[in-house]
Ligand binder design. Structure first.
Ligand code: GLU
Length: 325
């Protein structure tokens, strides 16, 4: 049955005349606290990248880990207040555990996993494997005999499940960083407490949602090779990546509450409108002049990935009323 135009999600902003762009971009915040200006800027960029290429834009809540009650609702409200829109329902990772289990089961049946009983301390104390890059899991549990495994199981500590990777590094292409080669080790797929690992969930979800463009902070650039490699093992196509610069405070630290008025709520408390905050983000991306009014349709018209600043955004912020002496 063909859909009437009435049922087609209206795209309120410019769509690029490309008949081949059918994929999606996304923003995938962890609901561990409020989004700060750096996160909002990344969300804006993810939206601009997706919408300027005619892609859908999807929202996913990555709540397998640290969750602060109410954070999810606040994050989505802040994004909406900036004017960002997304297609379809918000996907919530904690509703999707079965999909992660299925992916793990496929890797398990292909012989690509092993149980790992190591504590963090044991891993830190272990000598690194010869030629293994710094920070790689040193393979302590990779080749346990069945007796050794039995003895460790008897210890009662539930094992994590690791990937048996057969490469040490993998290369991806990034729209901003070019070709980037990074470490792949025997990464954790499922933690000892049963929680699916971020690297697994992100790969499963991006593919399931039809995401073919991942725009996120460049603190995750080094995770991309692992994720792309894992996608390949699962028979999935890795997305296109764009890892964007982070926001830093004046001391060069990652933005955090201590830097001052870092959230949309803080900015509003100082008398700025969401539109002015959008203007601040746009100016930081050199899409508008400082203090120029910004609107999303206009930003979309000006957006040109190759002209984006490549260096971190260093912000000076007034303190919030609650931080003032
Ligand atoms: N949930 C992650 C974060 O908030 C982002 C993951 C991703 O974009 O792949 O840092």
């Amino acid at each position: 049955m063909s859909q009437s135009p009435h049922h087609i999600t209206p795209l309120t902003h410019r769509t690029v005349a490309s008949s081949t762009a059918v994929g999606a971009g996304r923003f995938a915040p962890s609901p561990s606290g409020d989004l700060h200006l750096g996160n909002l800027r990344t969300a804006l960029l993810a939206w601009l990248f997706a919408r300027s290429t005619g892609r859908r834009f999807l929202m996913r809540v990555e709540d397998l880990d640290r969750v602060r009650p109410g954070a999810r609702e606040q994050q989505l409200a802040d994004l909406r207040e900036l004017g960002l829109d997304w297609d379809g329902d918000v996907v919530v990772q904690s509703d999707r555990r079965q999909h992660y289990q299925d992916a793990v089961a496929r890797l398990e049946s292909a012989g690509l996993t092993y149980e790992c009983f190591c504590t963090r301390r044991e891993i830190l104390k272990a000598p690194s494997a010869p030629h293994a890059p710094h920070g790689a899991y040193p393979g302590i549990c990779r080749n346990l005999t069945s007796e050794e495994r039995g003895a460790r199981r008897a210890g009662g500590r539930p094992p994590a499940l690791r990937l048996r990777a057969d490469v040490g590094s993998f290369a991806i292409d990034d729209l901003l960083h070019g070709s980037y080669s990074g470490m792949v080790d025997d990464l954790v797929l499922r933690r000892g407490d049963g929680t699916p690992a971020y690297n697994l969930a992100v790969v499963v979800d991006d593919a399931a949602q039809g995401v073919d463009q991942v725009v996120r902070g460049d603190d995750l650039l080094s995770s991309a090779p692992r994720q792309a490699y894992l996608a390949g093992l699962l028979g999935l196509t890795a997305p296109q990546y764009a890892h964007v610069p982070l926001a830093l405070d004046q001391e060069g630290r990652r933005l955090a509450k201590r830097a001052g008025a870092v959230t949309l709520g803080d900015q509003k408390a100082l008398g700025r409108t969401p539109r002015q905050v959008l203007g601040m983000l746009a100016a930081s991306l050199r899409l508008t002049a400082p203090d120029e009014e910004a609107d999303l349709a206009g930003l979309l018209d000006r957006f040109e990935p190759s002209r984006l600043p490549r260096e971190p955004w260093v912000i000076t912020l007034p303190t919030t009323p609650s931080q003032s002496p």
